[in-house]
Design a protein around this ligand. Structure first.
Ligand code: COA
Length: 159
C-alpha cells in the first residue's frame, strides 16, 4: 500500500530545520507533500508563490517530495490528498504541548489520519523562520540556517 504523508507549515521561509525533517520523512514514506499554509494570520513575509518556489528549489533533489499550498483545515486538506500521515517536527519539549493539541484535534476531525513526530538534527533544534527573519532584517548572517537561494531571497526582501 502506498503511504502518502503531508508535512504542513507556513515555511516563511523554508529553513535547514524544515528540510532536515522532510528529508527524513522522504525516506520513510512513498510520497511526501510539503503543504504550505496560506496563513494570513501570520502575515508572511513571502507570498505563497514565493514560499512554494523557494521550497521547490531547496527540495529539488527529492523525487518523492512535492509542494502544494493550502487554505482551510489541515485535516480536510490531508483527506483531499489521500494522505494517511501528518508529519510534524518536534524541536524541543516546548513544542510538545501545542503539537499534542494539534494532533488530538486533527484526529478528532479525521480519525483515520495519524500524526507522526520527527526530530531534526541537534544543530537545527533552535531554528525558527521568525528568528531567521529577525536576524536577516538586522543584517546578521543566516547562511548557516537557510539554502543559498533562500539567503538571496531574504537579502532582496530586506535590501
Ligand atoms: N525546523 C525549523 N523550524 C521549525 C521546524 C523545524 N523542524 N518545525 C517548526 N519550525 C518553526 C516554524 O518555522 C515556525 O516558525 P515561526 O513561527 O517563527 O514562523 C514555528 O516553528 C512554528 O511552526 P509550526 O508549528 O509548523 O507552525 P506553522 O505556522 O508553520 O504551521 C499549521 C502550523 C499550518 C500546521 C497549523 O496552523 C494548521 O494546521 N493550520 C491549518 C488550519 C487548521 O487546520 N487549524 C486547526 C488545527 S487543529
Amino acid at each position: 500500500m502506498k503511504i502518502t504523508a503531508i508535512y504542513p507549515g507556513t515555511f516563511d521561509p523554508i529553513t535547514h530545520g524544515h528540510s532536515d525533517i522532510i528529508r527524513r520523512a522522504a525516506k520513510l514514506f512513498d510520497e511526501v507533500i510539503l503543504s504550505i499554509a496560506i496563513n494570513p494570520g501570520k502575515e508572511p513575509l513571502f507570498s505563497l508563490e514565493e514560499r512554494q518556489h523557494l521550497a521547490e528549489i531547496v527540495l529539488k533533489d527529492l523525487p518523492n517530495v512535492r509542494t502544494c499550498g493550502f487554505e482551510g483545515l489541515l485535516a480536510e486538506f490531508a483527506q483531499q490528498q489521500n494522505a494517511q500521515v501528518i508529519v510534524r517536527g518536534l524541536r524541543a519539549v516546548s513544542d510538545f504541548e501545542y503539537e499534542f493539541q494539534l494532533a488530538g484535534m486533527n484526529r478528532t476531525l479525521i480519525p483515520d489520519i495519524e500524526t507522526i513526530f520527527l526530530t531534526p538534527a541537534a544543530q537545527y533544534t533552535y531554528i525558527s523562520s521568525s528568528l531567521v527573519k529577525e536576524i536577516a532584517v538586522l543584517g546578521g548572517d543566516v547562511s548557516e540556517f537557510v539554502h543559498p537561494t533562500v539567503l538571496a531571497a531574504l537579502k532582496e526582501k530586506y535590501s
